[in-house]
Design a protein around this ligand. Structure first.
Ligand code: DP6
Length: 322
């Protein structure tokens, strides 16, 4: 019996991943860029138990069946293939962010699972290999392996589609918890529907590839205003794209939109603040760390807020060998 525990944090994309080029390998249509948070970690323990007949997933103390368990099993199959083991495992995971509410629990979840499973099955993987592995669990998880700011290269194949660190100015993210409930359409389903039905999808791909280049240049130059502007535009383009599906999907709620408006008003007062949102109603405001309290005060009548600085990459906390 071998056991390993790993921890990873969610990340929020400044330039979003939305759409797959290859669903089997989980290769994205475009590259993306993110900041890993220092709040809401996921901690996962993988115990390899040779006598067991199927993998078990325990999430927050509750045994999971159906799709979540099967997704973990398929992921562990990748690790088993790479390590030459056929042993099944028990996976125990604790999230500190509400699951499936558009706050990237699958990113921290599969990054922590990749680290814990690789260590428990005895794979010695470098950061790039861990990022590629995490990507196959959930695309955005490739970026939660990395500390601080990361670019996930779209790549041409499995080997070239991984995340790595990029230079960026010191930023804070003020997370506005608009709604903690599970979203009604998963991002995986919504992405598929976008690719299949949105007439705007080709334009999204070309504009996002350009936005990524611009964002990386702005980040390297330490240009917060430019980077923030690209972030907000890219987020609103993604939500417009998602709304253009058939049948349509809308993740932003009236409160989300009001927060976007407040952020525009903050900018008019001279505060460099920019809003983004993933596949859910929660809004994240990007600003300089010195402005985070001002930003939080401007929106805290609308939603609870949590402020984050750039956080650590995936860490293996413990490994107990046989
Ligand atoms: C809106 O990484 O959850 O958060 O690869 O299908 O698991 P799968 O999708 P996932 O999608 C994240 C979408 C997003 C944007 C982003 O994080 O870049």
């Amino acid at each position: 019996m071998t056991r390993a525990t790993a921890r990873a944090h969610p990340n929020i994309a400044l330039v979003k991943y939305w759409g797959k080029r290859d669903a089997a390998l989980n290769l994205p249509a475009t590259g993306s860029m993110s900041m890993t948070l220092d709040v809401f970690p996921t901690t996962t323990t993988v115990t390899v138990e040779p006598g067991r007949d199927r993998d078990e997933l325990v999430l927050g103390g509750v045994v999971q069946q159906g799709v979540p368990r099967e997704r973990v099993e398929r992921f562990l199959d990748l690790v088993r293939t790479a390590s030459g083991s056929s042993a099944r495992a028990r996976v125990e995971t604790e999230n500190t962010v509400p699951s499936a509410a558009g706050l990237a629990s699958s990113a921290s979840g599969f990054a922590a699972l990749a680290g814990a499973a690789a260590a428990a099955y005895g794979l010695d993987l470098d950061e790039r290999a861990l990022s590629r592995l995490a990507r196959q669990g959930s695309g955005s998880a490739s970026r939660s392996i990395i500390s601080g700011f990361a670019v996930w290269h779209a790549g041409d194949d499995d080997a070239s589609s991984f995340a790595e660190a990029v230079p960026a100015p010191e930023l804070a993210m003020v997370v506005a918890m608009v709604d903690r409930r599970e979203k009604s359409v998963s991002s995986r389903e919504a992405m598929r529907r976008t690719v299949d039905t949105s007439p705007f999808y080709p334009a999204w791909i070309t504009s996002t590839a350009r936005s990524l280049e611009d964002a990386l240049a702005a980040a390297a130059a330490g240009d917060v205003e430019r980077l923030g502007g690209i972030t907000e535009t890219n987020a609103l383009r993604m939500h417009a794209l998602i709304q253009s599906c058939d049948p349509p999907i809308r993740y932003l709620s009236p409160v989300s939109v009001e927060i976007f408006d407040r952020v525009v008003a903050l900018r008019a007062e001279g505060v460099a603040a920019f809003a983004t949102a993933d596949a859910g109603p929660n809004v994240v405001v990007i600003c300089r760390p010195a402005d985070a309290a001002t930003v939080a005060a401007a929106i805290d009548d609308l939603a609870d807020t949590v402020t984050s600085l750039p956080g650590p990459g995936m860490q293996v906390l413990d490994r107990v060998p046989a």
